[in-house]
Design a protein around this ligand. Structure first.
Ligand SMILES: [Zn+2]
Length: 145
């Protein structure tokens, strides 16, 4: 599942009965993980998710798992590395932030949002911190953090 769209849950918590449809969760991997915000029960396997992403975005995710160009693969690896450059407080290092934005601007100018998303999905697959990219790419090609 994507990191770029929210998935809406259709269920209630099996333990406390909390209506989960109003709880938004950003899903970070192909297997959505979730906990009930009220009773902290692991509800990962008990939820049905409504995937609200467009077909286009789902296709980008599929593309990111296979057909990346050598350049995209290289950029994804670099971004994956940069996204994890943090200080002890978990803040992204300033020089990494600059490079992340530069690479985002490059992708924006050479392929636009779809290419940014494709590379970001690949960063996710590589174990990078996609949330960091999302934040620092804010405004590039209309990207929303
Ligand atoms: Zn609950």
């Amino acid at each position: 599942m994507g990191v770029f769209s929210k998935l809406f849950k259709k269920n209630k918590c099996p333990k406390c009965g909390l209506d989960l449809s109003t709880v938004s969760t950003i899903v970070h991997s192909s297997v959505p993980t979730a906990k009930c915000p009220q009773c902290d029960t692991d509800i990962t396997n008990k939820l049905e998710f409504l995937d609200t992403r467009s077909e286009e975005e789902k296709q980008i995710e599929r593309d990111a798992q296979s057909a990346l160009t050598a350049e995209e693969e290289k950029l994804a690896k670099k971004l994956s590395y940069l996204s994890c450059q943090q200080d002890e407080q978990g803040r992204t290092l300033p020089e990494a932030k600059v490079d992340i934005r530069k690479l985002g601007e490059y992708l924006c100018a050479n392929g636009g949002t779809n290419r940014m998303k494709k590379v970001a999905y690949r960063v996710q697959t590589l174990g990078g911190d996609v949330r960091t990219l999302q934040i620092f790419w804010d405004g590039i090609c209309g990207w929303m953090a």
